[in-house]
Ligand binder design. Structure first.
Ligand SMILES: *[C@@H]1O[C@H](CO)[C@@H](O)[C@H](O)[C@H]1NC(C)=O
Ligand SMILES: *[C@@H]1O[C@H](CO)[C@@H](O)[C@H](O)[C@H]1NC(C)=O
Ligand SMILES: *[C@@H]1O[C@H](CO)[C@@H](O)[C@H](O)[C@H]1NC(C)=O
Ligand SMILES: *[C@@H]1O[C@H](CO)[C@@H](O)[C@H](O)[C@H]1NC(C)=O
Ligand SMILES: *[C@@H]1O[C@H](CO)[C@@H](O)[C@H](O)[C@H]1NC(C)=O
Ligand SMILES: *[C@@H]1O[C@H](CO)[C@@H](O)[C@H](O)[C@H]1NC(C)=O
Ligand SMILES: *[C@@H]1O[C@H](CO)[C@@H](O)[C@H](O)[C@H]1NC(C)=O
Length: 648
């Protein structure tokens, strides 16, 4: 009773003096910045905070995110201002200021990162509502994908209402004369299988996901398009280059485990590095010009929303600059799908598939993306939508791309296995000499993930023979948040040529910063060192992505690092079978224009290049890891301590 009275007293005595204002009162679109000003806080604490709420009637504990008032330089005067870019969540926002002190920290009330969640006992003031001008109506989060038909392009987007929307498109920007109607889908709270996804903290109305297919496209031509309707308004005009089966050059940007960054703190830690990944890929896409197409592959662990619904909105807003220009293809990862209620739980997998989807159970992933193919599985929810986008393939130029699911049944005898087998067996090698398979959890890695040993063994037992027999060229995996390239490999043994020994790469380095460590010496757990076995040709810890460039004779994979946007490792794979590792055989690579020591080192002729590469990779990994950890408080004395085993 006493607390209740004193809270009342605080609110009534303090809130009358504290003022808050926002400017502007209306934002036009996602990414626009709001400035929140306050004054009159009589005894400011360094824990006083600004809560961001949407919809405005959300209870105090159900914020979207928060910022400490100490972000404003003169906070100690009791006045200040904070500016933040906001994403349209299809409902209004409000902002509330709370007083909070060290003595009120509740050590049991923590975020996912083990930081205390802010206390909500002393509300000082609340702002007016902030509106997005075209809030419900305007289509946002535009992203493209290939369909099963070569001369088509799919476009998906989100709106607040389910009224009719269309895509209009054409070769001339001023004359978008071709129109297709979009189909709208949505999912409900009851389709989520658990908290936080189905709790009042994590759930927000996801709006309508619209899906339209642009048809009868000519190959390799630049098209302009716009989505929306006359009645409800149009998106901006975007453009893409259509798929070209006969193109001389195939280009892809590939990575796993990216996530997104938010301009506020929230219940889960965001992925700051993902901003650089998107920035450099956008640079590469813009350099392509008007007649070259490309594709993006994000091979699992997509947004890391894990049940906090608005993180999906933040993610799609962040990728829109690239995903509205090139098709954005995905694989399912543990953070989209895994939950104990899911139907796939063989006895060997009891430690493999955990709770990493935060109760989403693959539903947002299945509704917000629509990949080629027709794969689906039941979810653990009796009436929930099926999980889709599990396995599919397409040809682009000289490469046959295959996407698979490591989160659902891939064993011999299953539906997915049959798909992979018949797909690989039916590749036309004169059309696509190269085959690139992608999945989330790695078949090969030298990182210590004891929990994943069983699945690696099953993948080697069931899938590897298919890859080997059908001459898969490259296998790309995520899940481990690092870059690692292997020799051409089969049954743990290095081979010479990729036919019969696919080149495996782990590319889960796009942004998620919790890292499983490399394999330490098992007999010295107190002084761990991390030897690099011969089969691992290059290990890197710098965030980034890989660029794939292929023609009929050669496929090149380059590892681009986020800190300088330059190439740190290269492997060239010739159609004839040769795998040229670590450097460029003719000594010049038009894609690398770099003054950095790394790139220069690659031009040193001779055998020492490989050795240098190995050493460099090792140290780059070591230093960037140390840097990261000192920021997040997960290391003590710079030692390699496993951050959080389940967090991959
Ligand atoms: C928002 O849109 C209105 C109307 O189109 C325009 O006048 C205004 O300048 C825009 N504001 C910003 C911040 O872009
Ligand atoms: C677009 O519409 C025009 C006029 O109806 C038609 O001639 C053309 O074939 C259409 N193009 C596509 C890509 O559908
Ligand atoms: C969330 O899911 C769990 C498990 O299915 C269920 O017990 C609970 O009632 C659900 N909560 C809501 C609010 O639907
Ligand atoms: C997709 O699969 C469903 C069920 O397996 C089937 O009914 C449907 O015809 C398939 N659609 C296509 C386009 O193959
Ligand atoms: C395989 O591809 C080549 C080159 O594109 C083409 O000429 C040939 O008809 C294709 N074969 C089959 C069986 O589709
Ligand atoms: C795989 O490559 C080897 C060596 O080039 C060749 O002999 C074999 O026929 C190929 N297998 C298939 C299924 O393409
Ligand atoms: C894989 O290697 C192991 C041990 O080196 C060997 O026992 C096994 O027969 C090999 N399997 C295949 C399919 O070659």
């Amino acid at each position: 009773m006493i607390t209740v009275i004193s809270i009342f007293f605080l609110i009534s005595s303090v809130s009358s003096t504290v003022t808050i204002s926002i400017s502007p009162q209306t934002l036009n679109r996602t990414g626009d910045t709001i400035t929140i000003k306050w004054s009159g806080i009589s005894s400011p604490s360094d824990l006083d905070w600004l809560g961001i709420y949407s919809p405005p009637e959300s209870p105090h504990d159900n914020f979207i995110g928060y910022k400490f008032l100490t972000d404003s330089p003169n906070w100690q005067t009791g006045s200040g201002s904070i500016s933040i870019p906001l994403t349209n969540l299809r409902s209004d926002y409000t902002f509330r200021i709370f007083h909070w002190t060290q003595s009120e920290i509740n050590p049991k009330h923590n975020d996912h990162d083990h930081n205390p969640l802010p206390g909500t006992h002393h509300l000082l003031t609340e702002s007016n509502r902030l509106t997005f001008r075209f809030g419900l109506n305007v289509p946002e989060q535009i992203h493209l994908a290939f369909t099963d038909t070569v001369n088509e392009m799919r476009v998906m987007f989100v709106t607040g209402d389910g009224e009719e929307r269309v895509v209009r498109y054409g070769e001339v920007k001023e004359k978008l004369e071709n129109v297709t109607v979009a189909r709208g889908f949505r999912y409900e709270l009851k389709h989520m299988c658990h908290a936080p996804a189905n709790s009042t903290i994590g759930w927000r109305d996801p709006g309508w996901s619209f899906d339209a297919v642009m048809k009868n496209l000519q190959q390799g031509v630049k098209y302009y398009y716009q989505v929306g309707s006359e009645l409800r308004g149009w998106s901006e005009i975007h453009s893409f280059v259509s798929r070209n089966e006969n193109s001389e050059e195939t280009l892809a940007f590939m990575f796993g485990d990216m996530g997104c960054a938010t301009p506020y703190k929230t219940y889960i830690r965001g992925e700051e590095e993902s901003l650089s990944t998107v920035k450099w890929i956008l640079r590469d896409i813009e350099a392509l010009g008007d007649d070259k197409g490309a594709v993006v592959s994000h091979i699992g662990d997509i947004s890391y929303a894990r049940g906090y619904s608005w993180i999906w909105d933040e993610f799609f807003a962040q990728i829109e600059p690239i995903a509205s220009k090139v098709p954005y293809h995905v694989c399912i990862g543990n953070h989209e799908y895994d939950w104990p209620m899911q139907p796939w739980k063989p006895d060997w997998a009891s430690y493999v598939y955990g709770k990493d989807s935060g109760g989403e159970c693959g539903v947002p992933y299945s509704v917000k993306f629509n990949m080629p193919g027709n794969s689906s599985e039941d979810t653990g929810m009796v009436n929930g939508p099926q999980t889709r986008n599990l396995y599919y393939s397409y040809d682009m130029g000289s490469v046959h791309f295959v996407y698979i699911s490591t989160e659902t049944d891939f064993l011999k005898g299953g539906k997915q296995y049959s798909f992979i087998k018949s797909d690989l067996e039916s590749v036309n090698r004169s059309k696509t000499p190269f085959v690139v398979v992608q999945g989330h959890r790695p078949m090969y890695t030298t990182s210590t993930k004891v929990r994943d040993t069983a699945i690696r063994q099953k993948m080697i037992e069931h899938l590897e023979p298919l890859f080997v027999k059908n001459n898969v060229t490259v296998a790309l995996w995520g899940h481990v948040h690092r870059y690692e390239r292997f020799c051409p490999i089969s049954n743990n043994t290095c081979g010479e040529r990729w036919q019969g020994s696919p080149v495996h790469l782990v590319i889960g380095m796009a942004g998620k910063d919790t890292q499983p460590i490399w394999e330490p010496r098992p007999n010295h757990p107190d002084v761990p060192i991390f030897p690099q076995p011969a089969r691992s040709m290059y290990r890197g810890g710098e965030f980034g992505y890989i660029r794939l460039v292929a023609n009929k004779e050669k496929l090149t994979l380059s590892y681009v690092g986020n800190h300088d946007g330059e190439v740190h490792d290269v492997v060239e794979i010739l159609a004839s079978g040769e795998v040229i590792s670590g450097s460029d055989d003719d000594g010049k690579d038009s894609n690398i224009e770099s003054k950095s020591e790394f790139a220069v080192l690659w031009y040193i002729e001779g055998a020492s290049v490989m050795v240098l590469g190995v050493i460099l990779g090792y140290f780059i990994g070591f230093f960037s890891r140390k840097k990261k950890e000192s920021g997040t408080g997960s290391s003590s004395n710079g030692r390699w301590i496993q951050v959080k085993n389940e967090e991959t």
